[in-house]
Design a protein around this ligand. Structure first.
Ligand SMILES: [Mg+2]
Length: 121
């Protein structure tokens, strides 16, 4: 069981909707933290202590870690990765993936506000 969480407009939600925000945080875009998703990440990490939890971003590994720290979810042993076709291969069919965009992975991709719809695993 693996969990993958996107950063921009997923772990944090920008206040202005409908635009793409590549690394929006470093450009000073206003945002709120996705508290429901963070609760889920914490629950998942406790429930599955040996599972891989990945927080990733197209903006790169360091950016992903930076945002996780600001969101207060940097203390659960997550891995930080660049979200790119090379790392998509880490996603398995039964992985749980949160992203605001469709990405080409073998697992279902849940939206940033779909937390309560995800089956308990
Ligand atoms: Mg995103």
């Amino acid at each position: 069981m693996r969990l993958f969480v996107d950063v921009d407009d997923t772990l944090i939600l920008y206040d202005v909707a409908g635009e793409q925000h590549p690394c929006g945080l470093v450009y000073g875009q206003a945002y709120t933290v996705n508290e429901e998703l963070i609760k889920y990440i914490r629950w998942f990490a406790l429930e599955h202590p040996d599972a891989l939890v990945v927080i990733w971003s197209g903006g790169g590994r360091e950016y992903a870690e930076h945002v996780a720290r600001l969101a207060g979810v940097d203390n659960i042993g997550a891995a930080y990765l660049c979200k790119c076709p090379d790392t998509f291969a880490l996603v398995e069919e039964d992985s749980i993936v949160f992203d605001d965009q469709e990405i080409k992975v073998p697992a279902r991709v849940w939206g940033p506000r779909d937390v309560c719809q995800v089956p308990v695993v």
